[in-house]
Ligand binder design. Structure first.
Ligand code: ADP
Ligand code: MG
Length: 269
């Protein structure tokens, strides 16, 4: 994979309407390969909708989603799933499934209806996914019995078993305590650094977006409001304009800028 040019995921003139309501209008964006892009914006802005459309989970859109310039509607579901995986929000766990069985579901793009695929390769991929998510010792445990942090890592492992070039994650740290939030962010960072995996993640924590991404996309008013580096985008001014929050900024002992909300900003958002 090292000498293969990483794929570019892009949306062209993307419009999404749900029950007559415009969610996204004429969105044009290209995600830089082998980088981590964080998508931020207020609740209801359309972040999850954008992610689902990009991943082919929602086909009710106008415009195009392109992978290396090719319309993803024309790619087969399995060939697309070998290149791009998504961890949506709110996945439920089928009863009685063990961690390794759950992760093995991620191998579906490599199997036919009548063919078993390559069982040895499947086992290797599951093993590797468990290793990368620190879950090897949990392989035979039932997913239902895992803690929140372990369960989220199991779902990430399932996505990794697809062996994608591009990984989409929707608020992967929601409901986790701060230690487990950082564990998930570190796993994502390693995938990007060690495998040049392209990461596109919706984050609700502005400071995680600052610390763990190379590019920021801000969704507001049905479209891309800003796209740039965390330094350019994540400012006190942006927090006021996009989230209606007045914030302080300071630099922590690691030299990383931290935005600290103080109060709701005066006036209209
Ligand atoms: P975000 O992830 O940024 O919080 P979403 O993409 O989930 O926002 O939702 C964007 C908007 O689309 C919201 O106003 C939401 O109510 C609406 N929406 C999303 N899915 C549906 C649906 N299935 N039916 C009706 N409205 C929906
Ligand atoms: Mg959402």
């Amino acid at each position: 994979m090292d000498n293969v040019k990483p794929a570019v995921l892009a949306a062209k003139n993307l419009t999404v309407k749900i029950e007559e309501k415009t969610i996204l209008a004429h969105v044009n964006i290209s995600f830089t390969p082998a980088r981590r892009t964080a998508i931020i914006g207020p609740n209801g802005a359309g972040k999850s909708t954008l992610l689902k459309v990009l991943a082919g989970l929602n086909h009710r859109y106008e415009g195009k989603v392109l992978l290396d310039g090719e319309d993803t509607r024309k790619l087969g579901r399995k060939s697309f799933a070998r290149r791009l995986a998504i961890l949506p929000q709110g996945l439920t766990v089928p009863a009685d499934v063990t961690v390794s069985e759950l992760v093995d579901y991620g191998r579906f793009p490599y199997r036919g209806i009548l063919t078993a695929g390559d069982p040895k390769r499947d086992r290797e991929a599951v093993e590797q996914a468990l290793t990368k998510t620190h879950l090897k010792s949990y392989a035979s445990q039932r997913v239902m019995t895992l803690s929140g942090g372990e369960r989220q890592r199991a779902f990430i492992a399932m996505a990794l078993a697809q062996e994608p070039e591009i990984l989409l994650l929707d608020e992967p740290t929601t409901y986790l305590d701060i230690g487990h939030q950082l564990e998930v962010m570190n796993i994502i960072e390693e995938l990007n650094r060690n495998e040049s995996m392209t990461i596109i993640m919706v984050l609700h924590d502005i400071n995680h977006a600052l610390q763990y991404s190379d590019e920021i996309v801000v969704i507001k008013d049905h479209g891309i409001y800003r796209h740039g580096t965390p330094e350019e985008i994540l400012t006190v001014d942006l927090l006021a304009k996009v989230f209606g929050v007045e914030a302080d900024v300071f630099v922590n002992s690691n030299g990383i800028r931290v935005l600290s909300p103080i109060s709701l900003a005066e006036g209209e958002v």
